[in-house]
Write a new protein. Structure first.
Length: 361
């Protein structure tokens, strides 16, 4: 009996040593503007991210940053110190990144940014210290604004620009002007206005008196709507072309509901959409329109889950591994060049009726 007991005990020990230990739950934090001016986009991205979750081993922790730097830092610290996430998707707003990134570096947390490009870190921050901590899922932003400048120059050799103050808008306009001026264009007016400016009448009358042939209001949604409404009210700039941009395309239903045919002919330069039909159908089936970044946010979750499994909790492994990606996702082909930029193209569309139609520069 003693030998039989010893044999059974040995067998149990062997079986125990062969038991597969369940993988540690993958924890991913998400920073989105779930309230505030960009909440529509934020909640569209949230719906896409929820679609990307496959099973209970994948835990998602959502935090609202409202595109506010202080809120973003507080939310980030909670995700890291309380929820103990392995990586973070977001934020969507580049305006919060300068304040947030030192915290990212200190924590050593990988950050995948759905609507930011690698060029932001090279040009705006003039640093490579985040190369192994951050990955942008947009192609180079200069592709968009250079194409936008070429279209603008083909319309007029001079332009008037009205822009909202802020890091992102200044960046966009600077990239635009670099190409526009290289082509030979000149700026006759360049005005910055504070967000939530309610009265553009004086500025519109000034632009009209100067006979500006091309006007680009690079403004937030509510500000731009006021600009168009007051332009229509005053009946000014009748012979001018009003240059739109990608932000009108992002929230087109809202603009059309308020401004209607006032927007007809508006131009939008954007990344060539590679969102798959199947992903769009899945979003619509949930009752949600896939807005800016939704497909990239979906892909960010899937990429991170796969990378974390391969990296086995080694956070420093994640971003370098992701930069080797070459696969098809909800946002089309996901592939990066040697500098860490996602490969893509930019195109310009003109608004005809209720949709944008591609045009050539």
């Amino acid at each position: 009996m003693r030998y039989e007991f010893s044999y059974v005990l040995l067998l149990l020990l062997l079986l125990a040593s062969c038991t597969v230990v369940p993988a540690t739950n993958i924890k991913i934090g998400v920073l989105l503007p779930l309230t505030g001016d960009f909440s529509t986009i934020g909640n569209s991205n949230r719906a896409a991210i929820n679609l990307a979750q496959n099973n209970s081993d994948e835990q998602l922790f959502f935090e609202d940053d409202s595109c506010d730097a202080k809120k973003a830092i507080t939310a980030f610290q909670k995700l890291v110190q309380v929820d103990h996430v392995d990586a973070i998707v977001g934020p969507l707003c580049t305006s919060v990144l300068p304040a947030l990134l030192p915290n990212v570096k200190q924590a050593g947390i990988p950050l995948v940014l759905p609507i930011t490009d690698h060029l932001y870190f090279v040009n705006d921050l003039n640093t490579t210290e985040y190369d192994n901590l951050t990955l942008g899922l947009l192609p180079r932003s200069d592709l968009v604004w250079q194409e936008h400048a070429r279209i603008a120059f083909s319309i007029s050799k001079s332009i008037a620009i009205v822009q909202t103050t802020g890091v992102a808008t200044r960046r966009n306009v600077n990239l635009f002007l670099k190409m526009y001026e290289e082509l030979g264009g000149r700026t006759i007016v360049h005005e910055e206005v504070e967000p939530r400016t309610k009265d553009y009448r004086t500025l519109l009358l000034k632009l009209d008196s100067l006979g500006a042939p091309l006007v680009w209001p690079h403004l937030g949604t509510e500000d731009r709507i006021e600009f168009y409404k007051q332009l229509r009210e005053l009946g000014v700039l009748q012979n001018a072309t009003i240059l739109g941009d990608l932000y009108i395309e992002v929230e087109l239903p809202k603009y059309l509901a308020i401004l209607g045919q006032t927007l007809n002919g508006t131009l939008s330069t954007n990344y060539a959409s590679t969102m798959t039909a199947s992903f769009r159908e899945r979003m619509v089936a949930q009752g949600v329109q896939p807005l800016l970044g939704a497909d990239n946010s979906y892909d960010a979750i899937r990429l991170l889950i796969n990378a974390e499994k391969k990296c086995q909790n080694q956070k420093a492994c994640i971003i370098p591994l992701l930069k080797q990606t070459s696969e098809d996702g909800a946002s089309g082909k996901i592939q990066f060049d040697n500098d860490g930029n996602r490969i893509g193209t930019a195109i310009t569309r003109a608004l005809v009726g209720n949709s944008f139609v591609k045009m050539e520069s």
